[in-house]
Design a protein around this ligand. Structure first.
Ligand SMILES: [Zn+2]
Length: 237
């Protein structure tokens, strides 16, 4: 019965995409194959990194000296006007949940093979504030984390970190004010669940690393924790 419904749903979806062609979520121009998120050209052209093969790399360099970090990697390199920029936008603001999950699954398969990610105990996504969660309907980092969790076969603790209050406008603040503003915004719930664990902190984009730093510092206050970081993309500008 379930199979019949699923088949009917697929037929309807294929029919709808004939009338309203879906666009590739990376180039936003060509049409992807049915049940794919990206066109073939983009699938082949995605700017994948090899950061997960190196314990120290351009990602860890950017966080150097800010908190004790085991290792860090991003799946994609984000350049201005490039494919990763569209992908992140679609994941963050346009509900491309399946794409986020599928990217997570595919990177999880690679991380599972890397010796650097063998002793991760738990996956923890960077949270968004609950009012934002209400309007957006999902936390993109947690969706990506679900994909990682599936293929790495490591559990995710989605609500390990809480965002305490909404980020006030950052633009008129000095760098020091901005840092302290971010630092006070996160708290760990159920500390005993991450005690003694190697936590894989997951976010959508690595830019300055301020959010990752603030979350990692909270995690590291819990006894015996270690932190590694994975993001969907790393900004290269
Ligand atoms: Zn494309």
């Amino acid at each position: 019965m379930y199979k019949a419904i699923k088949q009917a749903q697929t037929i309807v979806e294929d029919f709808i995409s004939l009338i309203y062609p879906r666009l590739c979520l990376a180039c936003m121009q060509d049409a992807p194959m049915p049940r794919e998120h990206m066109c073939l050209a983009c699938q082949l052209d995605l700017p994948y990194t090899d950061l997960h093969h190196h314990q120290e790399n351009t990602f860890t360099d950017r966080l150097w000296g800010r908190f004790p970090l085991h290792t860090a990697a991003a799946q994609l390199l984000m350049i201005k006007g490039g494919l990763a920029e569209n992908i992140i936008y679609n994941i963050k603001y346009r509900g491309a949940i399946d794409l986020a999950k599928s990217l997570g699954r595919s990177y999880g398969r690679q991380l599972a093979k890397s010796p650097l990610y063998q002793d991760i105990d738990i996956i923890v996504p960077v949270p968004i504030h609950k009012s934002k969660l209400k309007t957006r309907g999902y936390n993109q980092s947690a969706i990506y984390g679900q994909g990682l969790s599936k293929t790495m076969k490591i559990p995710m603790f989605e609500n390990a970190i809480r965002k305490l209050h909404k980020t006030s406008s950052q633009t008129r603040k000095t760098r020091m004010e901005r840092l302290s503003n971010v630092e006070s915004q996160y708290a760990i719930s159920q500390k005993e669940k991450i005690k003694g664990k190697h936590v894989l902190l997951v976010d959508d984009v690595m830019t300055t690393g301020a959010t990752l730093e603030a979350c990692a510092l909270e995690i590291l206050k819990v006894e015996g924790t270690r932190v590694s970081v994975v993001t969907v993309a790393m900004k290269n500008y």
